[in-house]
Design a protein around this ligand. Structure first.
Ligand code: FE2
Length: 237
């Protein structure tokens, strides 16, 4: 029986509580965090068996957010790549990874985003791909801008990209946020700082990767996602 199958039968449990459900500086968690201890519920068969996504659902250009429209989006073109690994460093193959982000001006293409920054007609902000046999993924996009939010006076999110791993079924979905090295907004971003351990926060920051840059075309950032163990990437549930 594979480790993945054992996980299905035992149900899915959150391995560590960093970030915690309640982080008062992140205002939304005050009303969203459970006030009582969680009660584990057995997963039903449909939760652990489907839906399952495969290559046929991912289109050729889904990983390239710069080629989803007639023209190219404005902004700093970047390559985001990395591996999805389990706690023993083994690759997660053929797993769906999705991402979404603001455009280079810090605006989401979403009805509730009222940030007075321009939408880009050539940028939707969503991408997806499957990991390869070594657990690798690769997206081409533009670097997202920082954006304001109303959490506190003059609050700004550090630039970030949201990432989702689907796993074998919806109940196994993990969501995280990836940041860029050296961002001056880290210190005042309560979502980034809701991850309490500084060494865990570091695991959410990508590395600039000169080796994967494409001369005269794009810079590259590397971000590995580790599912378990001491090096596990913090996720939200
Ligand atoms: Fe965001």
């Amino acid at each position: 029986m594979s480790e993945l199958t054992r996980g299905v039968l035992l149900g899915y449990r959150r391995e560590n509580a960093d970030p915690p459900y309640l982080h008062p500086d992140y205002q939304a968690t005050r009303t969203r965090a459970p006030a009582e201890p969680l009660v584990p519920l057995a997963h039903t068969l449909s939760e652990v068996t489907g839906p399952v996504f495969g290559h046929e659902r991912v289109r050729e250009l889904d990983h390239d957010l710069t080629r989803q429209h007639d023209g190219e989006p404005l902004g700093e073109r970047i390559i985001l790549h990395g591996r999805v690994l389990d706690g023993d460093g083994r690759p997660l193959r053929n797993t769906l990874i999705e991402m979404w982000q603001a455009n280079s001006a810090g605006r989401y293409r979403h009805d509730v985003d009222r940030h007075p920054a321009p939408l880009d007609p050539n940028f939707t902000g969503g991408g997806r791909c499957m990991t390869d046999d070594e657990g690798r993924y690769r997206f081409i996009t533009v670097k997202p801008g920082a954006y304001p939010w109303r959490n506190h006076e003059n609050a700004w999110r550090a630039a970030h990209i949201h990432l989702s791993l689907f796993g074998p079924a919806f109940a196994t979905r993990l969501v995280t946020q990836m940041y860029f090295p050296g961002d001056p907004l880290f210190y005042q971003d309560p979502i980034f700082n809701s991850v309490r351990e500084p060494k865990h926060r570091e695991l959410m920051i990508s590395s600039f990767d000169l080796s994967q840059t494409v001369p005269e075309w794009a810079l590259a950032y590397e971000f590995d996602i580790v599912l378990r163990g001491r090096e596990a990437t913090p996720t939200e549930t």
